[in-house]
Design a protein around this ligand. Structure first.
Ligand code: C2O
Ligand code: CU
Ligand code: CU
Length: 486
């Protein structure tokens, strides 16, 4: 603990009066007051992880209660949102073939619901159904049956109630889901790093976003790992750590580096490379996850996120957003001590499926644009194929069992990360360039004024679900469509 400065004393004093909830999410709005900046907050505490709940005998049953409350973020008690009182909520660790049952209790003052991002499960009934609404104060019992061949990896859960998603995720509602490997990957240690961003006012609350922030996608002033600012970790030289990194930020792209130590990437999202590859940098759009091995060399290294240029809305009417220009420290790894024995070899993974040699049965194009009107006050409205989300309209109907190719065209000056529920996408062309290897992701970035091409196998589950931009402010503004596979 640092000695308490007068500024800190004032901030702490402010927390006590923050219990009066106003406005939609139960957060105390306090615009105009200066917000907490990283230097006001104790950084560099010891790395901690959320509570982990693990399946046994093929089942995991949990209760998740979303509620506003005093949540400890970056070592400070603030009035934010959490699942079971935590940000992130508990980690759910399951295996392929398991049944995951979640009783969601909505303790917010707004409607909410639950989405298991990236899981390959049914979108119907009480499974990953996006058309379920859980009113304030009510509960809903979800049940997800993971297929026996469900891909291992890191997934996550978060609310998905249209119009409320960004405030709820930004406020602190998210948690990780780990699907274990059928054959364990030898590592000395496993760590989960859920990266999020948030802004905290000096009153210890989360301020509402401005319409400008909503247009570009709000980015929080503090970038947190498991709710902490720049926590510290230690390892010995030669030790191999397994890091699972979730980008739970609502709009912020992560461009991760860990100079001085070795990073070996196993895969992104549910996609797994046949052989792990050494990387210098990992870009995660909002919603993406990295499954990574870190081998300690020596010395102290900072896991940093570098500025990522996701375009600019400066040219738009009422514009003014431009990307950050500074690195942000996420966590610090100190490698010291006696050199560890060399870890066992990383087993080769199954050859990923490759749809490039498959016959495509249908093609379609989705155009992502920032159109005029809608958001009011001369702001731009994000659209797909010229339309905003309408819960009563099926935008795309695909044949169950088919393989489709989608051309994703972005005519706007901002990147849009496309996310499709239930069925992962294979990227066959990125920024107009053919992709050399089989890359599978559930969030695929479409660069500003560029195109990306994907192939999708509509298999295993039929039903009605959604695809949308994972800049969650864009999703809430209507950059989402409904897809039906039947
Ligand atoms: Cu992570 Cu439809 O969302
Ligand atoms: Cu999702
Ligand atoms: Cu977008």
């Amino acid at each position: 603990m640092r000695p308490m400065t007068r500024r800190n004393a004032l901030i702490l004093g402010g927390v006590g009066i923050a219990g009066v909830a106003v406005g939609g999410t139960g957060l105390l709005m306090n615009q105009g007051a200066p917000s907490l900046s990283p230097s006001d907050i104790d950084a560099g505490g010891e790395f901690i992880e959320p509570t982990e709940l693990r399946s046994a005998g093929g089942a995991l049953a949990v209760t998740l209660e979303s509620a506003p409350g005093q949540v400890t973020i970056a070592g400070r008690t603030v009035r934010a949102l959490g699942y079971n009182g935590g940000t992130p909520g508990p980690t759910l660790r399951v295996r392929a073939g398991d049944t995951l049952s979640v009783s969601l209790r909505n303790g917010l003052t707004d409607p909410s619901n639950l989405h298991v991002h990236g899981l390959h499960v049914s979108p119907e009934n009480n499974s990953d159904n996006m058309f379920v609404t859980v009113p304030a104060g009510e509960s809903f019992d979800y049940q997800y049956d993971l297929p026996a061949n469900h891909p291992p990896g890191v997934y996550w859960y978060h609310p998905h109630q249209h119009g409320f998603v960004t405030d709820q995720v930004f406020g602190g509602l998210f948690g990780a889901i780990i699907v274990e490997d059928p054959d364990p990957i030898p590592a000395d240690r496993e760590r989960l790093l859920v990266v999020s961003d948030i802004t905290i006012s000096s009153a210890g609350t989360v301020p509402a976003a401005t319409s400008m922030e909503k247009m570009s996608g709000r980015e929080g002033e503090l970038v947190l790992v498991n709710g902490q600012l720049n926590p510290g970790m230690t390892a010995r030289p030669g030790e191999r750590e397994r890091w699972r990194i979730v980008n739970a930020s609502v709009s912020r792209y992560l461009r991760l580096r860990l100079d001085g130590q070795r990073m070996t990437l196993l895969g992104i999202d549910s996609g797994r490379f046949e052989s792990a590859r050494d990387v210098e940098e990992i870009v995660l759009a909002p919603g993406n996850r990295a499954d990574l091995l870190v081998t300690g060399a020596s010395g102290t290294s900072v896991l940093r996120t570098l500025p990522y240029d996701r375009g600019s809305s400066g040219g738009m009417m009422g514009g003014g957003f431009s990307p950050a220009t500074d690195d942000v420290a996420l966590a610090t790894l100190t490698v010291a001590g006696e050199t560890a024995d060399e870890p066992a070899a990383i087993p080769r993974q199954p050859t990923p499926r490759d749809l490039r040699s498959t016959t495509v049965t249908a093609r379609r194009e989705l155009v992502f644009a920032m159109g005029m009107g809608g958001m009011g006050g001369g702001m731009m409205t994000p659209t797909i194929n010229g339309r905003v989300f309408d819960p009563s309209r099926d935008d795309e109907t695909v044949q169950f069992g088919s393989v489709e190719e989608w051309l994703l065209t972005n005519t706007s000056p901002l990147d849009h990360p496309l996310h499709l529920h239930v069925w992962p996408m294979q990227i066959v062309e990125q920024d107009g360039q053919a992709v050399e290897t089989a890359i599978w992701q559930d969030v695929v970035n479409i660069r500003a004024r560029s195109t990306t091409r994907v192939r999708i196998a509509f298999e295993d589950f039929s039903g009605r679900t959604v695809y949308h931009c994972h800049i969650l402010d864009h999703e809430d503004a209507g950059m989402m469509g409904i897809i039906q596979a039947r």
